[in-house]
Design a protein around this ligand. Structure first.
Ligand code: ATP
Length: 438
């Protein structure tokens, strides 16, 4: 369809749709919320689950060189000393002398406050990890952290996975889970949350083969976003400058999306070298090398790490699929979400909710086609309104049952994107949908 269907949508508009339709709510909203923490509602949980499943499929099921893991959020605090997080996982912050607002030094140009123009005080370091206590005995409780990344759970399990899976490099370990960061500069809806989910792969390779695998993963990961239906022109790769690289990284590319606030990171792909395994070996005293029995070689594998955020992927998908068009002088808003990712795949709608035959048939159809994905029945409004509701949440198919259906056994299937309607035997519906939603 025409260019007029593409809109540059503001974050505000998406946040509004998310709240109104049940994708994303402010956490503990009835108490006034809590800064930059979000809850995924009935539709958000489905979309997020579908994104994670798609990642898991492409990282684990579609290949034969990656194992999965689900490590705990709490870890022995030595982990964070080894990883460098206790010492250096900090943002440099500057307070404004005049308005007292606090800024990340890497987000301001010069030494003036971006808000009021006042002088900024000399920067102080602020650690981003949340602390809590383990154990209940006063004085004996141990100070622990909520993990700020899932990666370390993989590194500390390296030897366990190696021996139980009988892998040899190149191989990877994939994990999806919650991470926590006490972020300073928040805002931009879910883009920078204090509790969020990461999808991380640590791919272990022989030193010397790291550059090859690095290029491979940068490419692979960019293609994954394209395969989800995000427009290519809204994605780009940006390589980190030498002075921007994290202390452990040899190289890093950000996969960026053109968010309303500008190009921002969706995912980082880093060559972490042998930094983490060496650090953990040294501090734990455990041998985390790989011994190749065939060649007699012993080495610490290098690690290529594609690290993406579930919440940022969800946000980019919502923004990228948002469409507005005028149909018969009325505005139509719809999400052209990839059918695989859509929270609800089909809505069964009775044309007349007071006709018991139609209602019964509609319920029966829902029962028939349910199973592999979410299918809903809805009779809470007139048909035009029901279509609009499903369009706005990205439901690819609406199935309408009318009076004629009772005699000819056929229903109308309406396509979300084209609004084209097709008459189909109700008994063929299940198969019809399964061929369209792949
Ligand atoms: P940024 O520069 O935006 O703070 P980062 O470089 O610190 O991000 P990484 O440590 O590379 O981020 O984390 C990997 C991925 O985890 C990011 O690409 C992002 O998708 C996600 N992520 C990191 N921090 C947050 C956050 N506060 N909220 C949501 N997602 C996040």
């Amino acid at each position: 369809m025409g260019e007029d269907r593409m809109v540059n949508v503001e974050l505000k508009e998406i946040a509004n749709l998310c709240k109104r339709r049940g994708f994303i709510f402010q956490d503990s909203e009835i108490y006034g919320g809590i800064g930059s923490v979000w809850d995924y509602g009935p539709l958000g949980v489905e979309l997020k689950k579908n994104v994670k499943e798609s990642w898991w499929k492409s990282m684990v099921y579609d290949r034969d060189d990656v194992e999965g893991l689900d490590a705990a959020i709490l870890m022995n605090p030595e982990t964070w000393k080894a990883s460098g997080h206790v010492g250096s996982f900090a943002d440099m912050l500057s307070d404004c002398k005049e308005c007292k607002k606090r800024f990340r030094v890497d987000h301001v140009k010069g030494d003036k406050c971006p808000e009021c123009g006042g002088a900024l005080l000399s920067p102080k370091s602020f650690n981003l990890m949340f602390k809590t206590q383990l154990g209940s005995v006063e004085g004996e409780a141990q100070e622990v952290y909520l993990r700020p990344e899932t990666a370390q759970g993989i590194f500390v399990n390296f030897a366990n996975i190696l021996t139980t899976s009988r892998r040899k490099p190149p191989f990877g370990v994939a994990q999806i889970g919650k991470s926590f960061r006490n972020e300073i500069t928040t805002g931009n809806f879910t883009f920078r949350s204090r509790e969020f989910e990461q999808m991380e792969l640590e791919f272990f390779v022989k030193p010397g083969e790291d550059e090859k695998w690095y290029d491979y993963w940068v490419n692979e990961r960019l293609n994954w976003y394209v395969s989800l239906g995000i427009r290519k022109e809204n994605l780009r790769l940006r390589e980190h400058e030498k002075d921007e690289l994290a202390h452990y990284a040899k190289r890093c590319h950000d996969i960026e999306y053109l968010f309303p606030m500008g190009w921002s990171e969706l995912e980082g792909v880093a060559n972490r070298k042998d930094f983490d395994l060496k650090q953990h070996s040294q501090i734990s005293g455990q041998d985390l090398n790989y011994f190749d029995t065939a060649t007699g070689e012993r080495y610490t594998p290098y690690v290529i790490e594609p690290s993406g955020g579930v919440d940022r992927a969800v946000l980019a998908l919502l923004l990228d699929s948002y469409r507005k068009e005028t149909v018969k002088d009325r505005e139509r808003v719809f999400l052209s979400l990839n059918k695989k990712l859509a929270p609800i795949k089909a809505a069964v709608l009775p044309l007349l909710k007071n006709n018991p035959g139609i209602v019964e048939m509609a319920h029966k159809i829902r029962e028939d086609i349910k199973g592999n994905y979410r299918v809903v029945y809805d009779d809470t409004a007139a048909i035009g309104r029901l279509y609009r509701r499903q369009d706005e949440i990205g439901t690819p198919f609406c199935v309408t049952v009318d009076v004629e259906s009772l005699t000819d056994g056929k229903v109308t299937v309406r396509d979300r994107d084209t609004m084209a309607q097709e008459r189909i035997e109700a008994t063929r519906l299940k198969e019809y949908l399964s061929t369209k939603i792949v």
